[in-house]
Design a protein around this ligand. Structure first.
Ligand SMILES: [Zn+2]
Length: 844
């Protein structure tokens, strides 16, 4: 799964990856700064089972008016122990009307979150039963309706599901934990003009009375129940085949032109992963369906991935979209092997799903784009991981948390890094031989980390226990303090290396292979060393004073290094290091060098001439950080000559740092906002005009709000920039664009922006409060934060009412509590809820 960026922690790896245009990310940036908060309770230990679920056949009908569901599910199961007298099914808020056991009426009891069916006599291990349950419900989670209403009459009708982590039970009474696997059949009776997608193979379609049609989907490979899914509604489908299997692309009616630019590399991804792993794509179809208002970024339901429509690529924007939604699409595809074919046994080992999916995003990037691109992404992942300090003391496998994604940055980013390092240490061939063996031995089964270790050792004869101990079962990463001295008489360089991470709790000293490159006037040489002690010294031959010393060359070990280098050394490194990450690091560090014309000149040169876009980007960022007229000139020169929109955009963003020169920059930015070839650059220019509070910015931004562009990019950027501009004159316009009936993304931008404008105007607060009760998740979410920032105590009561309403799924409650606490602190009253004491709400 990839989380939607509007939930939980945006600094977490997965949020970055939700391949959204910058627009939405910026809209939700406020939310993104909030650390993840626990709202779920995912048991880190798999429960002991009473029975083995073998097949689930579910038929669903929909009560469209009340957004409800009527179901009949027949489940075959076989007892795993003697003396069981009650069969228990996870079931939340479902009205069960009848249960039969082997065709006969059975006694049952609905208790909170559970359906108990009484066996007429105590079981014997191996007994087989067939249980049929009839029920209705209006699910709060698990199954979602996105339907037109009076404010949005033209929305396509959509019903879709999201099972992970434990939400299938909200629409099917079922054993709902990953440590059981079954085959399944899903029958869906829907209006005849709808399309449906579910797991497996479409085995039948039947016309019913009253303009209805029943679709019959069957999944013959075993999967865990959180991977059960369906999508139904007014969708458009385009089909291809790949090695004889159907490949389906499904989008809401109206979005069909996005299919090709978004998905045209899917079959190449299927080729790459199947061939590298030596395990052919294991399911009967591969469907990718984009749905509106999806509660995650993407979800790897077996054979039938569900994706957010925010990942769709508009054909008019293809040229300015560097890698499209490849990160999201490759992530979910990789899960079809890692997560679906082999599935974590418990939530504590969830990195076996997510670490692999993250790794294979980068694998696709490396093989389809370039190794430089992939290495650069790992490097930025590493930076993000170290920024989230709370991740450091927690092992990847964490059995203390009851929220499987509380430490998402460890299971995604660090998990991907662990596999990256493992490949580096084993070599490409052995690494993939190990993965092949792991998949073959465990296919169709649940796994724990030890299964992976064992499979790698069996396939490669390399013992990886120590590697796993330090990187997976223990926490943290090495933090190095490095310095060197050169002795001209002995022609030796002494490198002193200290590990400075605090050794405590789950964090120990690391034992890692490191490459050191020493460049002198006579040439460069790379030396492998092994660092295992807290304090160590290594001696290298050097035929002259080193011009460049790279510790952890190419950034192959997840770590952070303090290595004080002179500006001259950094400039040399920026110009001469072979690996892009070493050049990017030099550029970044030069951003901390003040009063050095040489540094500015070198950064300017790299910003214009480095062959890799990431080094150019980092150079622009560094120049923005340094500031001053010379840096500004360099950025402007780089922007004018830059062919790649995604680099130009960064330069334009950085111009917002030159506040003292806002007057001079205004015409340049206004021109870019109107005429740059790429919309993403135009929108960045609008953003910078707002931040700079440049003269004329108000008129430019208001005009941009009234202009049309693909995906409304320009309008939404202008609405956001009006917030940064802080001119109260914009309040009525923002209020207008925040109102019901306007496009949802524009509303989100307007709501964010109006939060801090015209603060004494209670009508604005009143309007915001009215949005809290809307069914549109993104709007509700933006509004919660906007009210917090606005600081008007009138919002306290409505926010508390929202908490009490029990209408908050998706882990939103903690964010509401934070806003209430902030408002109360401001109003001088005490927050009534402590952090661990959630008020009554719907969740479990
Ligand atoms: Zn995932």
């Amino acid at each position: 799964m990839i989380e939607s960026s509007n939930e939980r922690c945006g600094a977490c790896a997965p949020a970055r990856k939700i391949a959204l245009g910058g627009a939405l990310v910026a809209t939700l940036s406020v939310a993104l700064l909030i650390p993840a908060a626990s709202g779920a309770s995912d048991n880190p230990y798999a429960p002991s089972r009473d029975y083995d679920l073998q097949n689930v056949r579910t038929h669903l009908w929909f009560e469209l008016d009340r957004h409800g569901v009527r179901g009949e599910t027949t489940q075959s199961l076989s007892l795993l122990r003697d003396d069981v007298s009650i069969l228990k099914f996870d079931s939340v808020d479902l009205d069960v009307s009848a249960v039969t056991l082997d065709g006969k009426t059975a006694q049952f009891k609905v208790v909170p979150n559970e359906l108990d069916v009484t066996l007429p006599e105590k079981s014997k291990r191996g007994d087989h039963h067939e249980v049929t349950i009839r029920y209705t419900g209006v699910p709060k989670k698990g199954l979602y309706y996105v339907f037109p209403d009076k404010n949005y009459p033209n929305r396509p009708k959509e019903i879709w599901t999201q099972g992970e982590s434990e939400d299938t039970r909200y629409y099917i009474p079922i054993y709902d934990y990953p440590n059981d696997r079954m085959t399944s059949e899903m029958l869906l009776t829907v209006p005849a003009n709808w399309i449906t997608i579910s797991n497996g193979k479409l085995v039948g379609q039947k016309t019913e009375a009253d303009g209805m049609k029943t679709w019959d989907w069957r999944e013959n490979e075993k999967m865990s129940t959180y991977l059960i899914s369906f999508v139904a509604g007014e969708f458009i489908e385009k089909d291809e085949t790949w090695r004889g299997l159907p490949v389906r692309y499904v989008v809401p009616k109206g979005d069909e032109s996005d299919i090709e630019p978004t998905f045209d590399r899917t079959r190449k991804m299927l080729d790459l992963f199947s061939d590298e792993l030596g395990v052919k794509y294991p399911w009967e179809q591969y469907a990718q369906t984009s749905v509106d208002d999806f509660v995650e970024g993407g979800m790897e339901n077996a054979s039938a991935t569900t994706l957010t429509t925010h990942g769709l690529v508009n054909p008019k924007l293809v040229a300015e979209d560097h890698e499209g939604s490849d990160d999201l699409n490759s992530h979910e595809l990789a899960h079809q092997w890692f997560g679906d074919l082999v599935t974590t046994k418990d939530w504590a080992d969830i990195w076996l799903n997510e670490g692999f999916a993250t790794y294979f995003e980068h694998d696709w990037e490396e093989k389809h784009y370039s190794a430089d691109d992939a290495n650069y992404t790992f490097w930025t992942d590493q930076t993000q991981w170290f920024q989230q300090k709370r991740l450091f003391p927690s092992p990847i496998i964490n059995r203390e948390s009851e929220d499987s994604l509380e430490f998402a940055g460890n299971i995604y980013n660090k998990g991907g890094w662990v596999l990256h390092m493992l490949r580096e240490q084993l070599g490409e061939e052995a690494f993939f031989a190990g993965l092949h063996h792991y998949l073959e031995v465990n296919r169709g089964q649940n796994v724990v980390t030890a299964d992976l270790q064992k499979a790698i050792e069996e396939a490669t004869s390399t013992n990886v226990d120590k590697f796993f101990q330090q990187w997976v079962y223990s926490a943290g990463a090495p933090e190095f303090d490095v310095s060197y001295s050169y002795d001209g008489s002995s022609h030796q360089m002494k490198l002193s290396v200290q590990q400075t991470q605090k050794v405590e709790g789950h964090v120990g000293l690391f034992d890692v292979p490191i490459e050191v490159e020493v460049a002198t006037a006579a040439g460069r040489k790379t030396y492998p060393i092994e660092v295992s002690r807290a304090d160590d010294t290594f001696t290298f031959p050097a035929d002259g004073a080193p011009l460049m010393v790279l510790f952890n060359k190419g950034d192959k070990i997840l770590s952070r290094t303090k290595f004080d280098k002179s500006a001259a050394a950094l400039i040399y490194q920026l110009k001469n290091a072979t690996d892009v990450v070493d050049r990017a690091e030099a550029a970044r560090d030069l951003g901390n060098v003040k009063d050095s014309p040489d540094a500015v000149a070198a950064l300017g040169e790299a910003a214009q001439q480095d062959s890799f876009r990431g080094v150019r980007t980092q150079s622009l960022r560094a120049l923005g950080k340094i500031g001053g007229a010379a840096a500004e000139k360099q950025i402007i020169a780089a922007v004018s000559g830059e062919a790649k929109p995604w680099v130009r955009e960064v330069g334009v963003e950085e111009l917002a740092n030159f506040k003292s020169d806002g007057d001079a920059l205004a015409p340049k930015l206004t021109d870019l906002a109107a005429h740059d070839a790429a919309y993403r650059v135009r929108t960045a220019a609008l953003g910078s005009l707002g931040v700079l509070k440049a003269p004329g910015a108000y008129d430019t931004l208001v005009a941009a709000v009234h202009s049309d562009s693909p995906d409304d990019l320009v309008r939404n950027a202008a609405l956001r920039a009006l917030g940064a501009l802080g001119d109260d004159r914009a309040a009525p316009l923002l209020l207008e664009w925040s109102a019901l009936g306007r496009p949802l993304e524009s509303r989100g931008a307007a709501i964010d922006s109006i939060a801090e404008l015209d603060k004494s105007n209670h009508d604005v607060t009143k309007a915001l409060i009215s949005y809290l009760n809307e069914p549109y998740f993104d709007i509700k979410f933006s509004t919660i934060f906007a009210l917090g920032r606005r600081g008007d105590p009138a919002a306290i009561e409505p926010l508390e009412a929202l908490l009490r309403s029990g209408d908050l799924s998706l882990g939103t409650a903690p964010y509401v509590e934070q806003q209430i606490a902030a408002l109360k602190a401001k109003a001088g009253t005490k927050n009534t809820f402590t952090k661990d004491e959630h008020p009554p709400q719907s969740e479990q």
